[in-house]
Design a protein around this ligand. Structure first.
Ligand code: ADP
Ligand code: TRP
Length: 336
């Protein structure tokens, strides 16, 4: 029996930050080490094209994201690691699935709706201002990513749950039209315990808010950023509330239980903010030393990285083509 497929994608729209690392990459890397499943992991570069309109930039973010995944423990010998745009079957299937997708389903998708609401609140002349068809049909391409590989499990953040529901809806519409179990119905794997990591200013760390700590910044840049994290005006010697501290939230997401307990106690005892920042820097620096070195090695050897992605694409295409054979047979009676 073939192993169940576990698949996820990440959009290369910027450099990996600590929020992405702790909220998305770390849980995915630990899932990838489970040999009960076959892992498919990809860089969703044509999803990123919705916003990144500079080829050099898109290529750089794609390579950086692939290198980050590997540096943080994803092993390309055990999983299929590929770039979405290297698998043309995905885009063919996206079109076909579109012919089975009610337009209303896309109208209800959250990213599109949020953008229209944003336009409304700004009094834009049309609610579709600044919305391209890539954004509108985003869930359709995501459904193709998932269904073409016969995916069973999709590790994603909670915000992506709706997209998995849409994917199931489309898969069922297709299966029903041909009265055949062509597509496996996927399910989201969402870890409820994953914390939302705050950024330098205390809002959710996000590229959109410009408050991020990039994972592969140099040591000096990392230190400088940590010293920019917002703190209140309590002085050394005065008790501090760990639960209201950005420093503590970030520390806790990485440290062991013992380290966290000790840090907590220091807050109660009135640690100074400088000292607390120094400790967070030490922790992060230790945590990132190994991955940083691997990351630099990979980024200095783009030929090897390209080869890894090409090998991944070959395997991904094999899998996609076997799905497309069935799709071709059913949609146009093509027997090959
Ligand atoms: P950004 O908000 O920086 O644009 P993305 O939306 O591209 O990040 O998120 C990529 C992945 O990282 C998603 O799975 C998302 O849930 C996770 N993620 C992003 N920011 C955070 C955060 N601050 N804390 C935890 N997880 C996050
Ligand atoms: N939409 C996902 C995100 O923004 C990225 C993504 C694209 C994806 N295609 C996918 C995730 C397929 C899982 C499966 O995080």
């Amino acid at each position: 029996m073939a192993k169940p497929i576990i698949l996820t994608g990440i959009k290369p729209t910027g450099s990996l930050h600590l929020g992405n690392l702790l909220g998305a990459v770390k849980p995915v890397v630990s899932l990838s080490q489970n040999r009960q499943n076959q892992g498919f992991y990809f860089l969703a570069d044509y999803h990123a094209l919705i916003t990144v309109k500079n080829g050099q930039e898109l290529n750089r973010y794609t390579m950086e994201m692939a290198a980050s995944w590997i540096a943080l423990g994803l092993d390309p010998d055990n999983v299929v690691l590929y770039r979405q745009s290297d698998v043309p079957e995905i885009f063919e299937l996206a079109w076909i699935l579109g012919c089975f997708t009610p337009k209303g389903l896309m109208n209800r998708a959250h990213a599109y709706k949020a953008k229209r609401q944003h336009n409304e609140s700004r009094g834009e002349r049309t609610l579709d201002a600044g919305i391209n068809m890539g954004l509108f049909t985003y869930p359709l391409l995501m459904a193709a990513d998932i269904l073409v590989m016969q995916t069973r499990w999709v590790p994603v953040g909670r915000d992506q749950g709706q997209h998995i529901e849409i994917t199931r809806h489309i898969a069922q519409a297709f299966n029903h039209a041909y009265n055949a179990q062509v597509f496996v119905l996927p399910e989201a794997l969402t870890e409820d315990t994953v914390a939302v990591i705050p950024g330098l200013d205390g809002q959710k760390m996000s590229k959109s808010y410009g408050n991020t700590i990039p994972v592969f910044a140099t040591r000096d840049a990392l230190r400088a950023l940590i010293f920019r994290i917002a703190t209140d005006s309590t002085k050394p010697g005065e008790t501090k509330d760990p639960d209201n501290s950005i420093l503590f939230q970030i520390f806790r997401a990485i440290a062991t239980k013992e380290e966290t307990d000790r840090f907590y106690q220091q807050f109660v005892e009135g640690i100074g903010w400088q000292d607390a920042k120094e400790q967070l820097f030490d922790l992060l620096d230790r945590y990132l030393t190994g991955p940083r070195q691997i990351y630099q090695e990979i980024m200095h050897d783009p030929t090897t990285l390209r080869r890894i992605l090409e090998q991944g694409a070959t395997k991904a295409r094999d899998q996609a083509q076997s799905t497309m054979k069935v799709v071709h047979r059913l949609t146009k009676n093509q027997l090959v």
